[in-house]
Design a protein around this ligand. Structure first.
Ligand code: ZN
Length: 307
């Protein structure tokens, strides 16, 4: 079976290497990384490390190393497709075979979407700290948010008028098609496209590996009442609301360390609780809690406190 690169990335995204290796090796946290006794050679002192941020493992004793796929291949003597199937099953991902031409097209579009989201997040982030964002910054500070937390979660501000962001991203080479696929642009009734987030505080939503997959936006005080208080990115190739937990990327180390997660309602709740020193906090923002979200959380803990 030919597995698409898109699905391979999906499997990689869905597989936490510390959890995977942890099923075979007793790991202890040392600094940013995890260490344990190498499962591939016999040793008394650990020379085997897992670099969670990079999704890889490495043994300084026997030299074995690789990613989640090579770990399963070497551990269980499987071929790459077999290892991918095994990991897909573990992550509840249904595999579909595709032609390699489609595969390349899908892969490059996904990459372009990720790039566009990152560029948009950088734009929003800068704007919050520019004169245009002063009112938003003032509002966030009045709500008691510290700059360190705002930075950690990459908060930003979207301009009130549509066009500025599009112009900036067009200059960077992004087509309107990609901006629409990324959910940054929306379609009006007359067919014109416009920027989805305007005059809102922006909460970037990170996937479990730290890539931005979408945004949440909150209106500012004094905005017209007909506007929704919060809006989210629509579902895209890289963003599926029902499969995302806001704050998970920032919380996962603390969840693992403390052995449980705190589940709150929305973006602002996560920030407030995190700033209060409870860093193992996530939100099912913009949706009621789903089975997929619980499955995601289960990779880190089975103990959840609803707040
Ligand atoms: Zn080794």
């Amino acid at each position: 079976m030919k597995i698409s690169d898109q699905q391979i990335e999906q499997i990689r995204e869905a597989t936490n290497i510390v959890d995977l290796v942890g099923e075979h090796v007793r790991l202890r946290k040392r600094g940013r990384n995890w260490t344990g006794l190498c499962p591939f050679h016999s040793e008394k002192t650990p020379s085997f490390s897992v670099l969670e941020d990079r999704g890889i493992f490495k043994c300084f004793g026997c030299g074995k190393g690789g990613d989640v796929f090579s770990f399963v291949m070497q551990m269980e003597g499987l071929t790459f497709p077999e290892a991918a199937e095994r990991l897909a099953k573990r992550a509840n991902i249904e595999l579909q075979s595709v032609s390699s031409e489609d595969d390349d097209r899908i892969k490059s579009e996904r990459e372009a979407i990720f790039e566009a989201l990152r560029a948009a997040a950088a734009f929003y982030y800068r704007l919050l700290r520019a004169p245009e964002g002063a009112r938003a910054m003032d509002y966030l500070k009045k709500r008691g948010l510290e700059d360190e937390v705002m930075r950690k979660f990459g908060l930003g501000y979207s301009p009130e008028s549509s066009g500025l962001l599009t112009a900036a991203l067009t200059k960077q080479g992004f087509s309107n098609g990609i901006l629409e696929a990324a959910g940054i642009l929306a379609h009006g009734d007359n067919g014109d496209s416009y920027e989805r987030f305007r005059g809102r505080v922006i909460f970037p939503v990170f996937g479990a590996t730290g890539r931005i997959v979408g945004f949440g936006g909150r209106i500012m005080p004094g905005a017209p009442e007909k506007l929704a208080k919060y809006i989210n990115s629509p579902d895209t190739q890289v963003y599926h609301k029902s499969q995302i937990l806001y704050g998970l990327f920032q919380a996962k180390d603390a969840i693992r360390r403390k052995g449980f997660a705190v589940l709150v309602e929305g973006y602002a709740d996560v920030l407030a609780v995190f700033q209060g020193g409870v860093e193992n906090v996530v939100a099912a923002s913009g949706t009621s809690l789903t089975i997929d979200q619980l499955g995601l959380l289960k990779r880190y803990t089975t103990d959840v406190v609803l707040l």
